[in-house]
Ligand binder design. Sequence first.
Ligand code: PRX
Length: 635
Amino acid sequence: MSNYHIKNFPEYFHEYRKSVRNPELFWEEIAEEHFLWRKKWDNVLSWDFTKPEVKWFEGAKLNITENCIDRHLYTNGDKTAIIFEPNDPNEEAQHITYKELHARVNQMANVLKNKGIKKGDRVCIYLPMIPELAISVLACARIGAIHSVVFAGFSSTALATRINDSDCKMVLTSDGSYRGAKTIDLKGIVDEALESCPVVESVLVVKRINSEISMKEGRDFWMQGLLDEASIECAPEIMDAEDPLFILYTSGSTGKPKGMVHTTGGYMVYTSYTFKNVFQYREGDVYWCTADIGWITGHSYIVYGPLANGATTVMFEGVPSYPDYGRFWEIVEKHKVNQFYTAPTAIRALAKEGVSHLESHDLSTLKVLGTVGEPINEEAWHWYDDNVGKKKAPIVDTWWQTETGGIMITPIPFSTPTKPTYATLPFLGIQPALMDENGKEIKGNQVDGRLCIKFPWPSMARTIWGNHQRYKDTYFSAFENMYFTGDGALRDEVGYYRITGRVDDVIIVSGHNLGTAPIEDAINEHPAVAESAIVGYPHDIKGNALYGYVTLKESGEGRDHDNLRKEINQIITDQIGPIAKLNKIQFTAGLPKTRSGKIMRRILRKIASKDTSNLGDTSTLLNPEVVQDIMDNAL
Ligand code: PRX
């Protein structure tokens, strides 16, 4: 009998040892006892990191929505599956029971089928945080279509790139979205994107803000009309454990975004099991993750993980500051939230506003607090602990990635003693390693290095859509026989891990993963720009902010710098989205380069961080004189 709920620290160690001594047996027991399979697997795991190829539960048959919905109907059909809290506090919240969710997912699944979507087809979902987003994700999974959710803050160009990369036949969107006091014209963005997406056959539009939009005859359809005609019964498509469940794009340090492909069986087992343990979810609890379903956190820990456990999961449409900074706490009080999972950037933004926004709200239901997406600084950690959890709700600082599918390094609440800024210990079955620059593993404690994982885990991404070579090059080539995370980490004297940040050209801004190359490509499209380099620098609220160094063409010299800054940020907004805008833009005569022409970002990072005491050896540069000039004019 596997132990589904870790209850104390010795039990964690006991289970951990079991999980790494015989991972196949460990995961097999969990998979066997806690999920609904139409057919059991022939083989628990086969793997080869040199190809790389990883298969979990090969030969098994299942449908993940039967696990997330159907099997709860008999025991818990009237229980609330999703609480939808709208942007506007005056609009009523919706409580969607498992029975209703079943009917609504089936209806939407039938709509997709009627519009020609079949198993294996890709469907792009570009929706705000409304119930239809979760429902459409599940509807795709119901019929075996591969969903590709694109965060509804991405621009039309970014959306088009993602639609085309995976040849989506259909787009699900809404007329618009609410974001605090603003509305966003989502359908307009989709229309623009589709000008360059020839493969898309149909667009289904959810009515949310009742705005005037244009509908293209034969391509665009209102969702509600189609739902009204669809049956509430839809037999689940029976999938192989290794069939793709979804694609989710994440930024790379170079080139276009990477469509990470997650498969069905292992992803379900891992997200479900981690959800239960990392949040110590108990029957009757109300769980709230503030992420957007457009990111992996929302996929794994708003939709699949919670629902596979028959949990009640809150979906919030709005932002923490609207109508005021008490909004999160009002929701916690209103829905009696027990587990609350958010990003350090949100905590820092709220901490900056003091504590008055917390004081009028009853937060006594909170049992576990979580953070994810970026390192949490000590001050924010204590603010969260003191004011939100009142020192009674343990903080789980969860480290993981789009690629890992589920939480990898984390405390288990009430078991693992927490330590500010430390993600602490590996989750069961996870075998981290710290590597040095020469590819050797660094053993022992009080060391730091590049964070790798030595052994497969069930929810790891299996490939990059359409580019397996890039998957291999990015994750399995830096260190032999290891998955390389791209992060640096240190291990303290007791073996706790602290993630120190990216060691590649990915910058995490407000918890969002941004690659430098796509931003530089966007900037370089400005007719006055000759060249650019982006680096991150520490920022009180965002964690990191973006600093751009831009050199101008002759034609751009003499132009007003403030206007140029606005134009550059507008291009970035158009090409990627407002999340990638630069906080600072410095115009320079040149960029420091090595003799082979590579930009020395290390120097630029130091200047942006105002840490110029030790710039290292600059004598090998092609153009050492620009360094002083950049320093003299730094912003
Ligand atoms: O650098 C790490 C950081 O976020 C990266 C993954 O970003 P993404 O794929 O967008 O997924 C975010 C949500 C899972 C990681 O490589 N990161 C994530 N969690 C933490 C973190 N850095 C420090 N501490 C964390 N808890």
